[in-house]
Design a protein. Structure first.
Length: 120
């Protein structure tokens, strides 16, 4: 929407990052079957292509690594052409999330989940 667009007519990088963080956090909670996941790291993020008003952005991901209390996700945003349905990568990065307890300390992700993704 126009409120998300900067003076050059492109989507603000910070807005895109917020979308990626929200999508990735939601998915981290789903993968780890726990709502208490916090972002500890966002890797280098390159804004490869501009996003313009009215364009559709789809966000995809893949589990890249599973530690004791952390999970690392590759997250990619793609611009989808409404007419041709072709998608083009506009931005991608790696997010790391940590499971925390009610005091904010890191705690292990359930063992069965770690085993499932252990070979990532
Ligand atoms: C996430 C947090 C609890 C980790 O605390 P910590 O003292 O570093 O905890 P630990 O040393 O026990 O590390 C916990 C995990 O985080 C990982 N981690 C910590 N710092 C990291 C970094 N800079 N990059 C990647 N992973 C990191 C560790 O590798 C470890 O993973 P593992 O258990 O899978 O091996 C703490 O850094 C924090 O509260 N950060 C703020 C989170 C936040 O507010 N995010 C924004 C809003 S969601």
């Amino acid at each position: 929407m126009t409120k998300d667009i900067g003076v050059h007519g492109n989507l603000f990088g910070g807005i895109m990052l917020a979308w990626l963080d929200e999508a990735a956090a939601t998915w981290a909670c789903s993968v780890c079957q726990n709502p208490n996941m916090v972002t500890v790291k966002i890797d280098e993020t390159v804004f490869e292509k501009p996003v313009k008003t009215g364009e559709q952005v789809n966000i995809y991901g893949e589990v890249k690594g599973m530690g004791t209390s952390s999970v690392t996700l590759y997250i990619e945003a793609r611009n989808k052409n409404f007419y041709t349905h072709k998608e083009e990568t506009v931005c991608s990065t790696l997010f790391t999330f940590v499971r925390i307890d009610d005091k904010g300390n890191a705690i292990p992700i359930e063992e069965s989940i770690r085993k499932r993704y252990g070979s990532c």
